[in-house]
Design a protein around this ligand. Structure first.
Ligand code: PEP
Ligand code: MG
Length: 882
């Protein structure tokens, strides 16, 4: 096995299987080799492969002899190109040693510069460069870095010694230290090394080199690298590569410089160079922030109103060369590049290039621009944008230029920004909203009874609750900005006051929330609305061309349905009818139905709900204008509709026209120890068919109101047996026939079911005999397959993810291995008895890109996501199909 690959000076080892192979050479090494192979100015060097890292560990953390010869060959290559010798006392070769895994890994050992300096070669460097100060400063930096990253000594002691040296001489800047000062500092540093390490600083350059190489490989198994790998799902057998490269110096006077640059603006995507540089400096000086870096381009300098000359002005020839390199790099890598360079006495050297990180806005612009420039295809452009990054662009955002009076900060629970009048309860939120007011619902925490208020509100603020609290989850689903767990506020809902930091706010006072940062601000801060226009719109058109699966939405109001359509939804995949039952105007009738002790009593209450449900459905059908609409019949356990607080019982009893004792008795009868596995879903329809009958009637009556009738898809929840579905289909069919007879009109409809129990998946062939479609309810299917409660899991799931038991939260990203198997089984069995069965997914996973890729592979017909996730799902479905 060849472990060492050389690059630079007209050499680029390795054939086409090696060239650009990040798995073997690491990201940095592959691109150094890549740049060398297209003739760009790269200081000569070599890469020790990631395979060596694996072999090093397999070999009891030691190097096979063959590698020593290969490394010697590599050093000889650098010597030949530079004309200098490693360890030579008169004109020494200095090298950098850097780690370089397949993906960049902060937390790994990173870089040692100026390796090859010792008490002898420093004198040679002083002579050959004609600059003793530079030589001693390089030696000083080398010892400090080596002690820190290779020997892992306490770097504070070295910083302190440097500070004292400056203080003693009355200096302010490092640059004021003279060659003599630095020479004394070096001897102090060597003493520090010997005191801490127990051995003198290595003078032999080969020992220095092998020490650094061993440290890079050793750092792969360091605690912080392991933690980083776990958090980012990086397999431990990848290993890291090591890059050894001739040093070039940006700190050799006024014709030398160092800088970092992007080939396009990473914030806006604008096709203009973006970067910073410093004259007479080394790489870390740019990052360290001791001196303020200068602009690369004159345009950027002028825009910022800055004085110091741009590189374009100060070094026009080198700048022109850099611009030439940028163009070559973009053509070669066909993407925006993030670059490090150094200018040594007027000569440009490229030290690194990689695809640059960018904002969502920039990602869209760059992808669309590059396709227009012919650099990439439309399909590639579609694959260039991370679907989840679009989330940043899909919510109103605060105008970044507007002033803010920040009161406190909570958790950024649901992105977007909103301003409005404070209200302390859901009913008031609804009343204010009906009068056209923007409101912010402020609660200690929210419960299902607040849903109508959350919907009416522009934003939600809670004092308690985490990122997965009721408020957070519901708000994200509705696309409402939410700040949860704002511990810095106290809420007195009775007297209607919010207190924070010595200030108090009452009902009607205006506040602003930023759900993307968790900030709560006094007064109104202007916002900017999201729109699928420009580059975003263009990319979406390309994505739609590429995808096979349809994208629907989960929505239960005409407003949400409209939002989803604006975002490109092609139907409703899940309309949860229970959300309609929580509406303030209806909850009384719902409660009367629950409290009734006879079918006749229930029917009387249901008769009051019928016209309400009919208008709900009519509103949705109208917005969806003939697109498919899947309506799920009532699902949650009934007790969710009853009051929970002692204080509420009296009001509710009065409103429902029953005695308070009966109400309490009924509530305790309905109490369930495990409601998620209790009297819910189609079990409600089996025991109280009149509920489903009313809902079916409302759907058909609403459909008949429209000139162009929709094709409703009526969905029965929580089915586990064919017989349940058969019984419920009979109820629906009977209601249909009655309505059609009354209206003198027939419309088409489908009856199908959710697959959200393992038994349903396993019996899918039988169930499909009766159901025209399946929609995978992966929230419940995950809960029932894993035996993990979706409402209680937050307490321990993060630990499970940290310990790698699940790679990601299985309620966020589908457990493909486990739950995914059941979906595959159900899809296959369903098709066996009904080849044209319509298959979709409507759990939260329908908006998660990794889960969407699985749905594509399984051949589902559509995914259904909450309205604000629809563009994300469209893009993810396209990427999955490409
Ligand atoms: C599901 O279980 O995945 C589903 C969509 O239904 P709900 O979340 O309403 O239980
Ligand atoms: Mg469900």
């Amino acid at each position: 096995t060849q472990y060492v690959f050389r690059f630079g000076g007209g050499v680029s080892d390795g054939d086409d299987t090696v060239r650009g192979n990040k798995n073997l050479l690491g990201g940095k090494g592959a691109n150094l080799d890549g740049m060398a192979s297209i003739g760009l100015p790269v200081p000569p060097g070599f890469t020790i492969t990631t395979e060596m890292c694996t072999a090093y560990y397999a070999n009891g953390q030691s190097f096979p002899d063959s590698v020593r010869a290969e490394v010697a060959h590599g050093i000889a290559h650098i010597e030949a190109v530079t004309g200098k010798s490693f360890g030579d006392a008169s004109d020494p070769l200095l090298v950098s040693v850097r780690s370089g895994a397949r993906v960049s890994m902060p937390g790994m050992m990173d870089t040692v510069l100026n390796l090859g300096l010792n008490d002898e070669t420093v004198e040679g460097l002083a002579a050959s460069s004609g600059d003793p100060r530079f030589a001693w400063d390089s030696y000083r930096r080398f010892i400090q870095m080596y002690a820190d990253v290779v020997l892992e000594l306490d770097h504070g002691a070295f910083e302190e010694a440097l500070e004292i040296a400056k203080e003693d001489n009355g200096y302010y800047l490092d640059t004021e230290l003279t060659a003599g000062d630095l020479k004394s500092l070096v001897s102090e540093y060597k003493n520090l090394v010997e005191a801490q390490w127990g051995k003198p600083f290595p003078q032999n350059v080969q020992d220095q080199l092998w020490g650094a190489v061993g440290a890079v490989f050793g750092s792969w198994e360091s605690e912080r690298a392991k933690v980083y790998r776990r958090l980012n799902s990086i397999p431990s057998d990848w290993g890291t590569a090591v890059n050894v490269q001739a040093m070039v110096f940006g700190n050799m006077g006024e014709t030398s410089a160092t800088g970092v640059a992007f080939t396009r603006d990473p914030a806006t995507g604008e096709n203009a160079y973006y970067g910073e540089y410093l004259i007479n400096a080394q790489g870390e000086d740019v990052v360290a922030g001791i001196r303020t870096p200068q602009y690369l381009t004159t345009a950027a300098r002028e825009r910022a109103g800055a004085k110091p000359l741009s590189m374009e002005e100060a070094m026009p020839e080198v700048y022109a060369e850099l611009a030439r390199v940028f163009a070559i790099l973009e053509t070669h890598y066909r993407d925006m590049q993030d670059i490090e360079f150094t200018v040594e006495r007027g000569t440009l050297w490229m030290l690194q290039t990689r695809s640059g990180k960018r904002t969502a806005k920039a990602a869209l612009k760059i992808a669309v621009d590059m396709a227009a420039e012919g650099l990439i295809s439309e399909e590639e452009a579609v694959c260039r944008v991370d679907p989840m990054a679009l989330d940043q662009l899909l919510h109103p955002t605060l105008d970044p230029d507007a002033p803010r009076d920040v009161l406190t900060k909570g958790l950024p629970a649901s992105p977007g920004a909103a301003s409005g009048k404070i209200v302390f309860d859901a009913d008031t939120a609804e009343q204010f909203a009906q009068m056209g007011e923007s409101v912010i619902l402020v609660r200690v925490e929210t419960s299902p009874e607040d849903i109508h208020g959350m919907h009416a509100a522009k934003g939600i603020l809670t004092a308690r609750g985490g990122m997965t609290s009721h408020a957070a989850v519901v708000a994200r689903g509705m696309g409402r900005p939410c700040v949860s767990g704002a511990g810095g506020i106290s809420i007195d809902a009775k007297d209607k006051v919010l207190r924070t930091g010595g200030r108090s706010f009452g009902e009607g006072d205006v506040i602003t929330l930023d759900g993307s940062t968790g900030e709560v601000m006094a007064g109104e801060v202007p916002t900017l609305q999201p729109e699928l226009v420009g580059d975003f719109g263009t990319l979406m058109v390309w994505a739609d061309k590429a995808r096979r699966m349809k994208v629907r939405t989960n929505a239960e109001t005409p407003a949400d349905a409209q939002t989803a359509r604006d975002f490109g939804a092609e139907g409703i995949g899940l309309c949860r009818t229970e959300h309609m039952f929580f509406d303030a105007a209806r909850i009384t009738a719902v409660r009367q139905m629950i409290l009734a002790d006879s079918e006749a009593g229930r029917r009387a209450a249901l008769d009051k709900l019928l016209p309400e449900q009919r208008s709900d459905f009519a509103g949705i059908f109208k917005v969806m204008a003939g697109l498919p609409v899947t309506i799920r019949l009532l699902d949650p356990p009934l007790h969710e509709f009853l009051p929970h607080e002692e204080s509420e019982f009296a009001d509710v009893a009065q409103a429902a026209g029953v005695g308070i004792e009966l109400l309490k008795q009924r509530a305790s009868e309905l109490h369930e120890f495990n409601p998620m596995l209790g009297h819910r879903g189609c079990r409600l329809g089996v025991t109280f068919p009149e509920i489903y009958e009313m809902q079916a009637r409302a759907i058909f009556e609403a459909a008949c109101l429209l000139e162009i009738a929709p094709v409703p898809e009526i969905m029965i929840p929580l089915v586990g047996t064919k017989r349940e579905l058969e019984l419920m289909k009979e109820v629906v069919d009977k209601a249909a026939e009655q309505v059609f007879a009354e209206q003198g009109r027939r419309i088409e409809y489908l009856v199908g079911t959710m697959i959200e129990l393992p038994r349903a998946a396993l019996m899918a062939d039988k169930i499909a005999e009766c159901g025209a479609f399946f929609s995978f309810g992966t929230n419940d299917l995950t809960q029932t397959t894993l035996g993990v409660s979706r409402d209680d899991a937050a307490r321990f799931l993060s630990v499970y993810v940290d310990k790698g038991i699940y790679e990601r939260d299985p309620f966020v990203s589908l457990d493909i291995e486990g739950v995914g198997q059941l979906i595959e089984i159900a899809a296959q069995k369903g098709r066996a008895t009904r080849p044209d069965i319509k298959l979709g997914i409507c759990g939260e996973h329908g908006g998660d890109p990794a889960s969407i890729a699985f749905c594509e592979a399984t051949g589902l017909d559509y995914v259904s996501a909450s309205p604000y996730r629809v563009p994300i799902a469209r893009l993810a479905a396209a990427q999955a199909a490409l």
